[in-house]
Design a protein around this ligand. Structure first.
Ligand SMILES: [Fe+2]
Length: 445
């Protein structure tokens, strides 16, 4: 390992970018934790979720472990609390019973850690040590906090009581979008070896050759999903896999989470407010089994993860994969519904500027999209910086979700970014789109 500064790295620019990202992220964390009183912060709103005050101090603890102690080589701030905030040692359901830092102490702790991080950032040299090259560890910590901000937003959605969050509605449709898009057969580059803040499970870039397939131009909407419900989709075992039907019966599923009947219509509850279900918005809060059953009812299937990524990144004209559907540039407000600017998915057609070259819309933002794929390492995967980030989750238990939601920050969302969860989970901001094999005459066209 050498400690030479990497040539071509503009350290000053990287430092200020990191500081801005840390700042912006902490602003979101503060908003989500300051929105409720102390009782609400320490309460568990669902056994699926941590008390918000656990997320807060856990974010600070990870920042202390990786940046203050490892990158900075500084003395611990609070070594005594490491176990309390270790996500692997403390299952979510048990977290409220732990001797957690009270809200004022948790806030003071994350503030102290952050001050030390700013201090070490001032003097840091971005050497070619893998953890600090291109500011990777800082990027990892920014993404980690942003991921917890999305988790905390999901906790807010599960919280009972008066509404505390507010945001303007997402933009209205600007173009008519519907139907499906043919993706021609051929190889494309999946994953990345060059995106500096990409996490271990997105690496390395590798070639995947896919036969021709057809994918929805937009996520499945509430209106489409209502047709599935109205057609008795929840009462017909033939649309469900064996495991899916068992879960559907046990959990008594009959509609997406947070929906209720309202006369002949449906209403949903969003962050404490009820409103009528809007037909042209992507459906959200469905589990993988529900997505699988809908797709079967519609005579389709879920896309594989590779199909999702090719639809999102492949540029046929240039013959290469892009970082995002619209190109390599970071998302702007015109590209995608990200970053908790709005508190629900945008109607289909709201982001024409974010479409892929083949005309697939709203792949990024709005709703996480379930894929049919289990979570695996890409060929050549190397765990970094620790096995617990991704590798311990590889296997058949989890399904991959792609594309981020309205609750996901742009720092934690790329065309290569991978999320995973159990097929029964739906407290997350999860939706889906459908795909199918191309018919021979389509594939030949
Ligand atoms: Fe975490």
């Amino acid at each position: 390992m050498t400690t030479t500064e990497r040539p071509g790295t503009d350290s000053e620019q990287l430092r200020s970018r990191i500081a801005a990202e840390l700042d912006r992220t902490r602003g979101r964390t503060a908003l989500l934790t300051d929105a409720v009183d102390d009782d609400d912060l320490i309460r568990q709103h669902s056994t699926l979720m941590s008390p918000l005050v656990w997320d807060l101090a856990h974010v600070g603890n990870q920042e202390e472990l990786w940046l203050v102690r490892d990158v900075g080589g500084r003395d611990p701030v609070r070594r005594d609390i490491d176990d309390l905030y270790d996500a692997f040692k403390q299952p979510r359901k048990d977290r409220p019973a732990l001797p957690l830092l009270p809200p004022a102490e948790a806030r003071a702790y994350v503030h102290t850690v952050r001050d030390k991080v700013y201090d070490l950032l001032d003097g840091i040299r971005f050497t070619d040590r893998k953890l600090v090259a291109d500011g990777f560890a800082f990027g990892m910590i920014v993404q980690h906090e942003q991921q917890h901000d999305e988790t905390m937003l999901a906790t807010h959605q599960l919280r009972a009581g008066a509404p505390v969050l507010d945001a303007p509605p997402p933009p209205e449709p600007r173009s008519r979008v519907g139907g499906e898009v043919l993706v021609p057969a051929g190889p494309f580059t999946m994953g990345t070896s060059t995106d500096p803040w990409a996490l271990d499970n997105e690496r390395p870039a590798h070639t995947v050759d896919l036969p021709a397939y057809v994918i929805d131009a937009a996520p499945v909407t509430n209106g489409q999903y209502r047709d599935f419900i109205a057609d008795g989709g929840y009462d017909e075992p033939r649309w469900w896999s064996v495991a899916g039907w068992r879960h559907r019966v046990e959990a008594e599923l009959s509609a997406p989470m947070h929906w209720r009947r309202d006369g002949d219509c449906w209403a949903y509850r969003r962050f404490g407010r009820w409103s009528p279900v809007r037909d042209d918005e992507p459906v959200v809060h469905v589990c993988w089994y529900e997505a699988e059953a809908y797709a079967a009812w519609a005579g389709r299937r879920l896309p594989t993860e590779a199909e999702w990524e090719k639809a999102a990144r492949w540029d046929p004209a240039a013959g290469r994969s892009r970082r995002y559907p619209w190109g390599d540039g970071d998302p702007t407000v015109g590209h995608a519904n990200l970053g908790q600017r709005h508190l629900w998915p945008a109607p289909v057609g709201a982001y024409p500027a974010g479409a892929s070259p083949l005309g697939v819309h709203q792949l990024i933002g709005d709703v996480w999209e379930w894929t049919s794929s289990t979570f695996r390492g890409h060929p050549g995967f190397v765990a970094f910086p620790y096995r617990e980030y991704s590798e311990v989750f590889f296997g058949d238990d989890y399904r991959v979700l792609r594309g981020g939601s309205f609750g996901t920050d742009r720092a934690a969302c790329r065309g290569t970014f991978r999320n995973w969860d159990y097929p029964i989970r739906r407290q997350i901001f999860s939706g889906f789109r459908c795909a199918r094999d191309a018919r021979p005459e389509e594939a030949a066209a």
